[in-house]
Ligand binder design. Structure first.
Ligand code: NAP
Length: 321
């Protein structure tokens, strides 16, 4: 039996490495995606021992959920942990974030249809809106949990104050937010509250959009229409500092006959603040490689060496620089 984690106070149990599927059907986020490659990537994840799939309505406006639904058809539903998210409302022709209880309730039913299943393991409110009292939005999800349509309740991109408001009745099981070795902001503010309230944490962008795989070098440039040309991590001096930190991880990867990406994913798996790490992937080979991180155990020295390599990205209070 591989390593397992429990999501918050729910009975949802998953491997501590999942798969992020924003590049599976997420045509509005990435150019030139191929549906068949996306389906194969999800199936490769499940065949490689990964159990949790992280999708959302907004990844391809339902298309990612549809492809995940296709991919899981030949697997046993109870062996898979499906996490999806909703809050984006395009019904007026433009993008509006809504946490309205009626809207969220409809969104869950639509997600179930696209995924071809009668329950989701984790449903996240993808972003907070301005108007809905947070506990009312979460209350709508609690009613769906009572109906068996949701097993665990998540919120994503909420500030600490918003998390506290959302969790007023103790219903929140999991928080998803950006966190990586390059962005460790929430280590100091949010984590103590999550721990005290038995709320799991799922970090997104764990590979910093591929930078933390160690595949880039100093002379890499990106064309203007490539999103990486806009991301601060790929700009100087941050970019060179990240490459220097990654170089300190290489001997650890070599010692495990592994890649930099695999030992960095192993670092997240061993990090006590983190429940499930969900790297994204554009092709099955990447998923298969990432899944091998489940079999790597870092020594305490190796874990600390990786953490220290990136300490230049944190200020003394633990905030990201
Ligand atoms: P990420 O995990 O930091 O980076 C994933 C990218 O790294 C892949 O698309 C691939 O891109 C590259 N990569 C992955 N494995 C690799 C390997 N073994 N070797 C070489 N390159 C590899 O970023 P992300 O996928 O955007 O974020 C992860 C997941 O978090 C998403 O899929 C999504 O499910 C979730 N997410 C949630 C939110 C939210 O608001 N809740 C926001 C963002 C993301 P290239 O091949 O192009 O280099």
């Amino acid at each position: 039996m591989s390593k397992q984690v429990t999501i918050g106070k729910s009975d949802v149990v998953a491997t501590p490495l999942g798969m992020g599927t924003n590049a599976v059907g997420g045509y509005n986020l990435f150019p030139n995606l191929d549906d068949a490659t996306g389906v194969k990537s999800v199936q490769t994840a499940l065949n490689s021992g990964i159990t949790l799939l992280d999708t959302a309505y907004v990844y391809g406006l339902g298309h990612s959920e549809e492809l995940v639904g296709q991919a899981i058809k030949d697997f046993k539903r109870e062996d898979i942990v499906i996490a999806t998210k909703g809050a984006h409302d395009f019904s007026t022709g433009s993008e509006v974030i809504s946490n309205d209880p009626k809207f969220l309730t409809e969104q869950v039913d639509n997600s179930l249809k696209r995924l071809g299943t009668d329950y989701v393991d984790i449903y996240y409110i993808h972003f907070p809106d301005k108007d809905t009292p947070k506990a009312e939005a979460v209350g709508a999800l609690q009613r769906l949990r009572e109906q068996g349509k949701i097993k665990a309740i998540g919120i994503s991109n909420f500030s600490l104050d918003q998390i506290k408001e959302a969790n007023a009745d103790g219903y929140v099981d999991v928080v998803e937010d950006e966190f990586s070795l390059l962005h460790q902001d929430h280590g100091s503010d949010m984590m103590p509250y999550l721990k005290e309230n038995n709320i799991s944490f799922v970090p997104y962008f764990p590979l910093a959009s591929g930078l933390l795989t160690g595949k880039y070098s100093n002379n890499q440039t990106f064309p203007d229409d490539d999103i990486r040309s806009q991301i601060a991590d790929f700009k100087e001096p941050r970019y060179s500092n990240a490459l220097s930190a990654i170089d300190q991880v290489r001997p650890i990867a070599d010692a495990h006959s592994a890649t930099v990406a695999q030992v960095i994913l192993a670092w997240y798996i061993e990090n006590p603040l983190i429940s499930v790490v969900i790297p994204g992937a554009k092709k099955p080979e990447q998923v298969e490689a990432n899944a091998k991180a489940l079999n790597i155990t870092l020594s305490t020295d190796e874990y600390n060496t990786i953490e220290n390599a990136f300490k230049g990205f944190k200020d003394p209070s633990g905030k990201s620089l």
